[in-house]
Design a protein around this ligand. Structure first.
Ligand code: AP5
Length: 216
């Protein structure tokens, strides 16, 4: 199964993609995580992306499209993947269509995570992740079961993102509405779009997602 998750920053795309990866064996492909890894490694891509990401703006299409082209050609993607944070512009969506067509395959579903902007700043500013395995947590909504210890890998090191400050989140939301939301009619016209209520709690959103994937 080949899926796209579309939604504003903090709508829960990464949280649900990680769950689905564990439950269904689909590969989570997060362009945000790939770019943060490039920044951390100091690669040429990371150097070009760093300031743009910290400002909350979108990285240029040609950099991202090359990254995805390489990633989906890897053998682990053959059994299916979840694109989490890609495509984010019409040019990216068109490039993806071409890449998949060249491989003789196609998307199964595009899932829209629908959330009111008003709750996103709280969600994002409370977010932290395990520094070792990347499991996501939240100060109010999802604390580790044992304080200070990751549920998944047992590490006691956690980190917060540089672009999760309130003023940067506002820029990220503007970018979403201006450049990414126009993809919703693009995929609706292709009859691939399904919308879920991402205001619900994490398990309920996972339940909705399962229903949508089972029901076609
Ligand atoms: P990226 O890393 O993709 O960030 P984003 O889209 O802004 O999304 P987030 O990761 O912030 O949110 P999410 O929807 O995954 O929410 P999460 O599950 O973490 O991109 C970062 C930057 O990289 C971009 O700004 C851009 O510069 C660049 N970039 C990336 N892709 C690009 C592309 N294709 N083109 C150009 N540039 C690109 O949840 C948030 C918090 O809420 C968590 O703490 C979670 O525990 C909690 N939570 C989740 N669900 C719920 C729920 N249902 N109820 C309560 N709490 C919840």
């Amino acid at each position: 199964m080949k899926l796209i998750f579309i939604g504003p920053p903090g709508s829960g795309k990464g949280t649900q993609a990680a769950k689905l990866e564990r439950m269904r064996g689909l590969v989570q492909i997060s362009t945000g995580d790939m770019l943060r890894a490039a920044v951390a490694s100091g690669s040429s891509l990371g150097q070009q992306a760093k300031a743009i990401m910290e400002a909350g703006k979108l990285v240029p299409d040609h950099l991202i499209i090359g990254l995805i082209e390489q990633r989906i050609a890897e053998p682990d993607c053959e059994s299916g993947f979840i694109l989490d944070g890609f495509p984010r512009t019409t040019a990216q969506a068109e490039a993806l269509d071409q890449l998949l067509q060249d491989k003789g395959t196609a998307l199964d579903r595009v899932i829209e995570f629908e959330v009111d902007d008003s709750i996103l700043i709280d969600r994002i500013s409370g977010r932290f992740t395990c520094a070792k395995c990347g499991e996501g947590y939240h100060d109010s909504f999802k604390q580790p079961k044992t304080t200070g210890v990751c549920d998944i890998c047992g590490s006691s090191e956690f980190k917060r993102r540089a672009d999760d400050k309130a003023e940067k989140v506002k820029t990220r939301l503007s970018e979403y509405h201006a450049l990414t939301a126009p993809l919703l009619p693009y995929y609706r016209n292709k009859q691939l779009l399904r919308t879920i209520d991402a205001m619900a709690d994490i398990d309920e959103v996972a339940g909705q997602l399962n229903l949508v994937l089972e029901s076609g």
